[in-house]
Design a binder for this molecule. Structure first.
Ligand code: PMP
Length: 401
């Protein structure tokens, strides 16, 4: 008998399973709306020109490829904090009171945040919105935190259940950690308004709760990275001891390079140093140090005005293409005489549309139309193109009649 025979076969990841089914389908009209990655209007993976330009500069520079320190590139961490909180951040000039580390993208940032909470924080109960990114639960559980949920989405309006959210937050024990999607909530595309963020910040201060922002789509809601950072900036100004996980996968298109940042707003330089020292102790036996190429690309872009402006324009272009597809899909369904209300396609934000399609309708989309999405009805709008949007409207209309 093999030594590994007791290892049971694990289930396939639900999102990756959608791509497997798509790949097996011979229909030339097939559409993959499962993946959370931006595609251009030809449906192809997109590398930003600003990234290519930065790479050419790096190639010429012939940099060494030595290890980074355990907490990663310090300059990158500063650049990431400036991008999140604004380069002239009055609430944290110089970011001296921040503990920060470069992480293995947004996933790694969430995980390291969870690891630190589980090891050093007295109340490592992490509350997730219902629903949340499917990976949040195993990330925080595997880190050793207890995962709980709070009301977020209202299926009857395909919008935010703000009342329910506030009621649940009011009931949380003091010191609990509340995970908040900073913008472009995954999977629902539903975000609080500015006034609602203001209210949440005040409530969480009053209840002594700790905000843990996951910002994986900065720029994807409005097309402007500064506008999308409203919530973390407001919470910082209001004096929260907040945690922030940043991903550079989507807004810089650096998916496979694993570029991310984790930061803690502390009360003093000494406290920040202590937190950072423990983050390094956690990271060292896990992966020793993070990868070097992606952060160099981000540094080149964010430290050079022309490149930064180009990146901002490209970011805006990605967001606008998605918004355009939202409008075309909605009007396409309305033009086909759909009796259903599709306002949420355009009122939701970011990469995803939480369509309200039932698992049965999602099943029919794949078997009858070769349109693939996750069972929860989440459509990756980034996978819709000018060429496929009419076919998609036909398909959705047919299965929702
Ligand atoms: N948080 C959320 C909400 C996400 O949707 C994602 C990507 N799907 C991530 C974090 C992490 O992505 P990555 O590890 O590629 O940065």
């Amino acid at each position: 008998m093999s030594r590994w025979s007791k290892v049971p076969l694990g289930p396939e990841d639900a999102i990756l399973g959608v791509t497997v089914a798509y790949n097996h389908d011979p229909n030339p009209k097939k559409i993959n709306l499962g993946v959370g990655a931006y595609r251009d209007d030809e449906g192809k993976p997109f590398v930003l020109e600003s990234v290519r330009m930065a790479e050419r500069i790096l190639l010429e520079a012939e940099n060494a490829m030595e290890y980074l320190p355990v907490a990663g590139d310090k300059t990158f961490v500063k650049n990431a904090l400036k991008l999140a909180f604004g380069s002239e951040c009055s609430a944290a000039p110089g970011f001296e009171n921040f503990a920060g580390m470069q992480t293995l993208s947004g996933t790694g940032a969430c995980r390291m945040g969870g690891e630190l909470l589980a090891r050093f924080y007295d109340a490592p109960d992490v509350y997730l919105p219902t629903p949340s990114w499917a990976n949040h639960t195993p990330i925080f559980k595997d880190a050793g935190c207890t995962v709980k949920g709070y009301t977020y989405y209202d299926a009857s309006t395909c919008g935010l259940d703000f009342k329910g959210m506030v009621a649940d937050i009011e009931k949380m024990p003091p010191s609990s950690v509340v995970l908040l999607h900073a913008c472009a909530h995954n999977p629902t595309g539903v975000d609080p308004s500015k006034a609602q963020w203001d209210q949440l910040s005040a409530l969480m201060r009053e209840k002594h709760l700790v905000p843990f922002f996951d910002m994986a789509y900065q720029g994807f809601t409005s097309g402007d990275a500064d506008v999308d950072a409203y919530a973390p900036r407001k919470f910082l100004k209001d004096g929260h001891h907040m945690i922030l996980a940043q991903s550079f996968s989507k807004n810089f298109g650096l998916y496979g390079h694993r570029v991310g940042c984790l930061s803690f707003a502390c009360d003093s330089v000494a406290e920040a140093q202590a937190v950072e020292s423990q983050l390094k102790i956690l990271a060292r036996p896990m992966y020793s140090n993070p990868p070097i190429h992606g952060v160099r690309v981000v540094n080149e872009i964010l430290q050079e005005k022309t490149l930064e402006s180009k990146w901002r324009l490209e970011m805006q272009g990605m967001a606008e293409r998605i918004t355009g597809m939202r409008m075309k899909l909605r009007s396409g369904l309305e033009a086909r005489g759909s009796a259903k209300i599709w306002d949420h396609i355009t009122s939701q934000n970011g990469m995803f549309c939480y369509s309200g399609l039932t698992p049965e309708q999602v099943g029919r989309l794949s078997t009858e139309w070769s349109v693939y999405l996750t069972k929860n009805g989440r459509i990756s709008m980034a996978g819709v193109t000018s060429r496929s949007v009419e076919y998609l409207a036909d398909a959705i209309h047919a299965v929702t009649k």
